[in-house]
Design a protein around this ligand. Sequence first.
Ligand code: MTE
Length: 326
Amino acid sequence: MLIGKPSAIPSSEITPLGAYRQFLSRRRFLRGAVAAGAVALAADRVAQVIEPDKVAFAETRLQTVSSPLTTTGEQLTSFADITHYNNFYEFGVDKGDPAKNAGGLPTRPWTVKVEGKVAKPLTFDIDDLLKLRPLEDRVYRHRCVEAWSMVIPWVGYSLSEFIKQCDPLPSAKYVQFLSYYDHHVEKWSGESTIYWPYSEGLRMDEALNPLTLLTFGLYGETLPNQDGAPVRIVIPWKYGFKSAKSVVTVRFVEKQPSTTWNDMAPDEYGFYSNVNPSVDHPRWSQKRERRIGLPFYAQWRETLMFNGYGDQVASMYQGMNLRKYY
Ligand code: MTE
């Protein structure tokens, strides 16, 4: 996988969402004041770090309910880090690129096509999907294969609720997710050697596991474009690349589908890609991870098997050799 630069945002700049928003409106006000002098200079210095005007975040607050499946007790990663330290190779290869470049992703109108082994092919409008089930606040640990991690307050509902609406046939053993792809919009996609559209997949039982989240938002608001607007998948016990962003097609299939990273480098990125500290990536260790946004002395921690979600997911892999099926 392409390894990006370390976060450009020092931890001293980390703010929770509310403070970040206050900062934005304060900055807008300051920009209007011609004679803002030294104060404006100071604001601009901060702005160079988080570049709010280039952030493609949405403004829409979502109605949410709390969820019993939330992970508690860990400090949330700041909104600034979650939205400025991204992998979204359609919009560039550096961690800061998606925040700068994803503004043009056309998130309305947006439909999700359902095809393959289903009673009949369907198309869902994103606004109907948003209303299908109550939206839950779910805090999950987010572990990237590159050995960094975050704690993210996502908004969504279990993918299983959506799958019920799709009426898959008994022959549907896997689900494939395809991301939006238009090289006119995603001009930066040529910078990486990825095969497009971005494709990921799950075994049916993994897709039906209640933890697998059809995700529409974070920090209580619709997803910023760089985080996979308007809808993405989140699978908290797997490495982050399994979570396809900006999904336009859900395909039910009989055989294990081809997936982007597994196709490109099968020795490095397995189809399962469950977080597993005892199976190293060929080029680096997976035993530890760096929590983005924490002070330097507190960043490194042990990686947990299944990213700490073993109680909910380990039974799906009973009897499987997880070294072979990494
Ligand atoms: N989905 C698409 N369409 N394109 C991508 O490049 N990157 C993946 C995954 N989903 C990617 C994608 C990778 S490598 C990771 S680690 C996560 O998204 C990153 O999600 P985040 O930017 O919200 O942290």
